[in-house]
Write a protein that binds this ligand. Structure first.
Ligand SMILES: Nc1ncnc2c1ncn2[C@@H]1O[C@H](COP(=O)(O)OP(=O)(O)OP(=O)(O)O)[C@@H](O)[C@H]1O
Ligand SMILES: [Mg+2]
Length: 240
């Protein structure tokens, strides 16, 4: 019950779309299957991933947020699967990867659309068979880890462009949650504004409030950066 409430308190919004997302989180959470969260930047993908984990039977285990962008294929492999001593210059010791460390928990692969093809193949092996090898290793390892992935890319287009593996896509999107942009659910804005202001007041020990004119102005803007942009917009002008 407390967890059910926490999802209401953390994923705010009265729009039909946001209600449906809360419902989808509840439906998806109990399963072992991977989940894919899609949507523009700043819509709440990371928040949804965390809530799925918190409502899942893995909640008492670790949730690791792993960003797939800006990593060389070698570094990605070493970070996720681990490496053996001498696997590359500077690999002085054997190191466990996130999958081994988080065994029993959830790994959140953020920006999964940025993964190199060679990493995609190894991720697919893990997702299909539950097995992986440390970089430079031959020992076949297993880990009980739920994968939740997110992307702001259109993966179907990436598949057509030869940049994303179709088989991996179908493995990842067993359960898919699409989060629409904020401009398509403007009725969520007042609650979000209230919450951002509450946090800001708590942080700075102030009692600032916002006029309804200011909220109306916000509602007429289209927020390409979505909720993160709304947060940033309110930071430098807390007296709005
Ligand atoms: N429905 C919501 N209610 C309250 N806060 C929200 C909601 N959706 C998003 N947020 C907040 O907005 C901010 C951006 O959300 P988040 O980081 O989850 O977006 P994202 O889609 O993962 O962005 P990116 O694509 O840039 O990684 C966070 O501070 C998050 O807590
Ligand atoms: Mg994110």
């Amino acid at each position: 019950m407390e967890l059910q409430n926490s999802i209401e308190r953390r994923l705010l919004g009265k729009s039909q779309a946001t209600r449906e997302i809360r419902e989808q989180i509840r439906q998806v959470a109990p399963y072992y299957y991977p989940a894919l969260i899609t949507g523009e930047t700043g819509v709440g993908k990371s928040l949804v991933a965390e809530l799925i984990h918190k409502l899942s039977p893995r909640a008492s285990k670790e949730f690791i947020h792993f960003n797939c962008s800006n990593l060389s294929p070698e570094l990605f492999e070493s970070e996720l699967f681990g490496h053996e001593k001498g696997a590359f210059t500077g690999a002085m010791e054997r190191k466990k990867g996130k999958l081994e460390v988080v065994d029993g928990g959830t790994v959140f692969l953020d920006e999964v659309g940025d993964l190199h093809l060679q990493n995609q193949a190894k991720l697919l092996l893990f997702m299909d068979k539950g097995i992986f090898y440390r970089l430079g290793g031959t020992e076949r390892l297993r880990a009980d880890v739920r994968i939740i992935a997110a992307t702001n890319r259109n993966l179907k287009k990436e598949i057509k462009a030869g940049k994303f593996r179709k088989d991996l896509y179908f493995r990842l999107n067993t359960l898919e949650i699409h989060i629409p942009p904020l401009r398509e659910r403007m009725v969520d804005i007042p609650l979000l504004v209230e919450e951002i202001l509450r946090k800001e007041n708590e942080r700075s020990r102030t009692k600032k409030c916002i006029s309804s004119e200011a909220v109306n102005k916000l509602i007429s803007y289209d927020f390409p950066g979505n909720i993160r942009e709304l947060e940033n917009l309110m930071k430098p002008h807390p007296g709005l």
